[in-house]
Design a protein around this ligand. Structure first.
Ligand SMILES: [Zn+2]
Length: 401
């Protein structure tokens, strides 16, 4: 990876020497025969590593023709890399622990460390980081260390499709230590293919000399058969998550139908809003109001919306902050450009409309909190709020807003 350094780059120089200056064969003092220069980025900036290469002076020595280079070079970087280990670790950590994107990494390196690298260079470094990480994860000694205290293993297998059209990746995980053991891309989900993966898991378990207490997977035929063959005496449990997901399918279908029904029933928001705005325009035309000046910050809450009114119902249902801001942050008169008119009632009506629209557009919620149920509850609260407001108007005790 040749890196093109801009002209005039100032490098910090690091000189490196071999640890042992005497010849490993004849013990004579070796002499510096050449220098190898390595330019790279470290978090401290552009760095020039100067490796002083040595060889034995005795032409009859068996080490003749052999050049020795400083061992310490590898503690700074790999040969020919354009970045040091510190930059590589920084990248790997931000990418895989913090889930930063490559453009974000590039910008941050540039802003904070003045390191200029292309997206391609970053992507290939991240590939190396992943390879090293995988090798470390699968290192047998480390694995044995990690599992020393564990009495029995809980293994799972599942297929993941990283991208549409790609082969499925079969991932074997161990749940006691929460480790991904390995992943194999398989072209088919045929039992023989899957069995190969299960057999590999058996080898890992045997290598660790730990019994497999239980296997977990979904009910895919190949899993059931392959686990049955390779682990005839190990209980096989089906995954709760898959179970819940399958169970939820008909529930979510019904929920979706209920949502359609509610949306069909609660309609005409736009007609109501249009009527309010129309009314305002007419009022404005009849009585000339003061010229609409720029809106002052302290003017903004023109109308105190009753305590039980829409915004509260809206907030209570955790609508996205964006929706709420959209509904109430932008006054209707600002959008339509209509003249400023004192219209408290109209403002309350518009507030309710915005809240109801937010509720009808809210699609959040999984199988345990279906969106239709949330919608129904929210609409009921709006109705209760409307009833309270109407009761108050009929002569109830006026409440503090
Ligand atoms: Zn020698």
């Amino acid at each position: 990876m040749a890196y093109c350094w801009p002209a005039g780059t100032v490098f910090t120089r690091i000189n490196l020497d071999v640890e042992e200056r005497s010849c490993p064969i004849c013990d004579r003092a070796m002499y510096v025969c050449d220098h190898r220069y390595h330019h790279l980025w470290t978090l401290a900036g552009p760095t020039q590593v100067v490796n002083r290469l040595v060889r034995c002076p005795d032409p009859t020595c068996d080490s003749r023709g052999q050049t020795f280079s400083p061992e310490a070079e590898l503690s700074i970087s790999m040969p020919r890399w354009c970045m040091g280990w510190d930059v590589l670790c920084w990248l790997g950590h931000r990418r895989f622990a913090r889930h930063w994107s490559v453009p974000q990494l590039r910008a941050e390196l540039q802003d904070t460390y003045h390191i200029r690298l292309s997206d391609d260079a970053l992507a290939s470094s991240l590939g190396r980081y992943q390879t090293m990480l995988a090798a470390r994860q699968q290192d047998p000694e480390r694995l044995a260390d990690d599992y020393r205290e564990i009495a029995s293993l809980v293994l799972t297998i599942d297929g993941l499709q990283p991208e549409k059209g790609h082969e499925t990746l079969y991932v074997v995980r161990e749940l006691r230590r929460k480790r991904v053991w390995f992943a194999e891309p398989l072209l088919s989900s045929a039992t023989e293919e899957v069995q190969r993966v299960i057999a590999l898991a058996r080898q890992w378990a045997e290598h660790l000399a730990k019994p497999v207490g239980v296997w977990m997977s979904d009910k895919q035929d190949a899993f059931v058969k392959a686990i049955g063959t390779e682990f005839p005496h190990t209980p096989h449990r089906y995954c709760q998550n898959h179970f819940l997901r399958d169970l939820a399918k008909p529930v979510l279908e019904l929920d979706s139908q209920a949502k359609v029904k509610m949306r069909r029933k609660v309609r005409g928001l736009r007609t109501i809003e249009r009527r309010v705005l129309e009314q305002r325009r007419r009022t404005a035309a009849l009585e000339p109001s003061p010229a609409p000046g720029p809106l002052q910050a302290d003017e903004t809450p023109r109308v105190a919306i009753p305590e039980a009114a829409a915004p509260e119902a809206c907030a209570r249902h955790n609508l996205g902050a964006g929706q709420t801001a959209n509904a109430f942050g932008t006054p209707a008169w600002a959008v339509t450009g209509a003249p400023v008119v004192e219209d408290e009632a109209g403002e309350v009506v518009l507030g309710y409309c915005a809240a109801v629209r937010g509720i009808l557009n809210d699609d959040q919620g999984g199988p345990l909190h279906p969106p239709g149920v949330r919608m129904s509850e929210a609409l009921q609260e709006v109705r209760a709020s409307l009833d309270r407001t109407l009761d108050a108007k009929k002569g109830g005790v006026p409440r503090r807003c």
